[in-house]
Design a binder for this molecule. Structure first.
Ligand SMILES: Nc1ncnc2c1ncn2[C@@H]1O[C@H](COP(=O)(O)OP(=O)(O)OP(=O)(O)O)[C@@H](O)[C@H]1O
Ligand SMILES: [Mg+2]
Length: 340
C-alpha cells in the first residue's frame, strides 16, 4: 500500500488531521520498505517509531485503529495507564507481544513486522518526589528494551524479535502546550470578546511546534523520547470539523441514527442548525469529538422512545431547539391518502 492509498483509506473514517495522516502513512510505508530491504541486505533497519500528540477526542486512537485495518497487519493496542498501575510491568509487556503473536495467528515472522500502539503514554510522566518503582518512569524504562528491538522470550518459550515491530505511542499531553509556549515565548491570551476561541486556536498551533526538549520537560525520559523520532500532532477540532464528523465518515453518528429510524420506516432529517448546535455543545465540553455521541443521544432519547410505538410517521426533523432546549422534534405524518 502506498502512502497516498493509506491516506485515502484513512479519509473514509477520520475527518481532517491531514498532517498526522501523512506522517503516519509515510512512516508506515518507509518502515515496511526498510524491513523488506533489511531482509535482503541483512542490514539492521533504523526504526522510526511514532509519537502522536493531540488533545483528547481529536482522533488519535481512531487513526491508529483505522490504520491497522487498512494495513491488514497484526496490530495490538496497549494502554500505558494500566502498565503504570501494575506491579508486573515486564509480564504485562510480554503479554502485549503475546497478543500480537495471536493476532498473527501464531506466525512469528508476521508478528515481528506488526504494529504496537501504546495509548496514553503521557500518563507515564515522571512525577518528582514519587518513588521510582511505582512511577510511570519505570514503565518508560521497561518499554525501552522492546521499542529498541530485542528478542523477548514469551511464555510458551517462543522468542519474538521486536526489531521490526513499529511502535506508535499516543497521548493527550495536557499542559504540554504551556511548556511549548514558554519556550517559544509567545503570548496566548487574546483580548476582546472571543478570548476563548483565540486561546483555543493558539493551543492547537502550539502543539504543532513540539520539540523533544518539551517532552523532556513534560516528564518523559530522554531515552524514551529518543526512540520516538517521528512526532505527529493532531489539530484541535473546530465547529466545522465536528459537523463533518457527525455526518461524513462511513460510520458517522448521523448515518447511524438514520439507519435506525429507517428500520421503522421513518426518514430522519437533521437541520444544519441542529448539527451546529451539537458541535457547539461539544466544543463547550472541551472533549473534542468525544462529546458528540453523548449530546446527540441525550437529545434523541425521547423521540427514539416514542417513534416505534406511533403509527404513520413519515419523517422526523431534528431542528436546533431539539438540541438546545430539548423541544420535541417536528413530526411529519403520512397523509391519509397514502395510508389508504
Ligand atoms: N478526526 C476525527 N474524525 C472522525 N471521528 C473522530 C475524529 N476525532 C475523534 N473522533 C471521534 O471521537 C471519539 C474519540 O476519538 P479518539 O478515541 O480517537 O480520541 P483520542 O484522540 O484517542 O482521545 P484521548 O486522548 O481521550 O484518548 C471517537 O468515537 C471518534 O469516532
Ligand atoms: Mg485515545
Amino acid at each position: 500500500m502506498t502512502p497516498s492509498a493509506i491516506v485515502k483509506y484513512l479519509d473514509q473514517y477520520v475527518v481532517g488531521q491531514d498532517e498526522a495522516k501523512k506522517v503516519l502513512a509515510v512512516a508506515v510505508y518507509s518502515h515496511y520498505k526498510k524491513v523488506a530491504k533489511a531482509r535482503s541486505d541483512t542490514i539492521d533497519p533504523v526504526k522510526s517509531n511514532i509519537l502522536l500528540v493531540g488533545s483528547t477526542g481529536t482522533g488519535k486512537t481512531l487513526l491508529c485503529e483505522t490504520l491497522a485495518r487498512a494495513l491488514k497487519l497484526p496490530f495490538v493496542t496497549a494502554d500505558a495507564t494500566s502498565l503504570a498501575q501494575t506491579e508486573f510491568v515486564n509480564e504485562e509487556i510480554d503479554a502485549i507481544l503475546q497478543r500480537l503473536l495471536e493476532k498473527a495467528d501464531g506466525d512469528v515472522a508476521r508478528a515481528q513486522c506488526g504494529i504496537v500502539f501504546i495509548d496514553e503514554v503521557d500518563k507515564l510522566k515522571a512525577i518528582s518526589g514519587q518513588a521510582r518503582g511505582a512511577s510511570g518512569e519505570s514503565v518508560q524504562h521497561a518499554l525501552l528494551k522492546i521499542m529498541e528491538g530485542s528478542p523477548v522470550r514469551l511464555k510458551h518459550g517462543q522468542y519474538i524479535d521486536t526489531t521490526n515491530i513499529l511502535f506508535i505511542c499516543g497521548g493527550a499531553f495536557v499542559g504540554l502546550d504551556q511548556i511549548v509556549q514558554r519556550r517559544v515565548g509567545k503570548q496566548t491570551l487574546g483580548f476582546g470578546a472571543d478570548i476563548k476561541s483565540k486561546k483555543e486556536f493558539k493551543l492547537g498551533e502550539l502543539l504543532l511546534q513540539v520539540q523533544p526538549e518539551d517532552l523532556l520537560k513534560f516528564g518523559l525520559i530522554p531515552e524514551f523520547i529518543g526512540r520516538l523520532p517521528v512526532i505527529a500532532t493532531l489539530h484541535e477540532l473546530d465547529e466545522d470539523a465536528l459537523i463533518d464528523i457527525l455526518t461524513k465518515p462511513r460510520n458517522a453518528l448521523v448515518k447511524q441514527f438514520q439507519k435506525l429510524f429507517e428500520m421503522d420506516g421513518v426518514k430522519l432529517k437533521f437541520a444544519k442548525t441542529a448539527l451546529s448546535a451539537v458541535a457547539r455543545e461539544a466544543l463547550n465540553r472541551n472533549a473534542g469529538a468525544r462529546g458528540l455521541r453523548a449530546i446527540l443521544e441525550g437529545s434523541m432519547l425521547d423521540i427514539m422512545y416514542d417513534v416505534p410505538s406511533r403509527q404513520g410517521i413519515k419523517e422526523v426533523v431534528i431542528n436546533e431547539e431539539v438540541i438546545t432546549k430539548n423541544d420535541p422534534p417536528l413530526i411529519v405524518y403520512q397523509k391519509e391518502a397514502e395510508l389508504a
